[in-house]
Design a protein around this ligand. Structure first.
Ligand code: ZN
Length: 157
């Protein structure tokens, strides 16, 4: 699953280009944050309604609103953090070592390179990471970009 998600991530970057992909990741992350805030409003509304309700059925529905809001808020906050962390992890590697330009295109050589144990071409590759080859559109420099180890949730393409 980890490698599948890394392939989806690499394919998303290759399809859109780094800059558009990164922008989309930031938008998605902040939409998840807005979702989290909406869920917290539902929780506050549920707590407020629980103080007003008198019947058992009302209290049960208010409790369900609170629990549902908490679950949705936790999920949305987790997605916010995950999306933002993936974007920042790759964004930190997006500066061209040749000319300093921020952003890259995915190179032709290998969409995903090492197996994570440190390939000969990129000896700095750490365990648990795969990588893609970035190409600078300005100076044609190539460098490796490590991809984060992703869990079962699919990344936003
Ligand atoms: Zn460059």
């Amino acid at each position: 699953m980890k490698r599948t998600n890394q392939r989806l991530l690499a394919a998303g970057i290759a399809k859109k280009g780094f800059r558009r992909w990164y922008e989309r990741q930031l938008i998605d992350a902040h939409l998840w944050l807005v979702g989290c805030l909406v869920a917290m409003i539902l929780v506050a509304a549920g707590v407020e309604l629980a103080t007003l309700g008198t019947g058992t059925a009302e209290r049960l529905s208010d409790g369900a609103l609170v629990l549902g809001g908490l679950a949705a808020g936790a999920y949305a906050f987790r997605r916010y953090l995950r999306t933002l962390m993936v974007a920042e992890f790759i964004g930190e590697q997006a500066d061209c070592p040749g000319c300093g330009r921020h952003g890259f295109r995915v190179g032709q050589q290998s969409p995903i390179g090492s197996t994570g144990s440190g390939s000969p071409a990129y000896p700095h590759a750490a365990a648990g990471f795969d990588e893609l080859t970035a190409a600078c559109p300005r100076c044609k420099c190539h460098w490796p970009v490590r991809l984060p180890a992703l869990g079962p949730e699919k990344p936003t393409p």
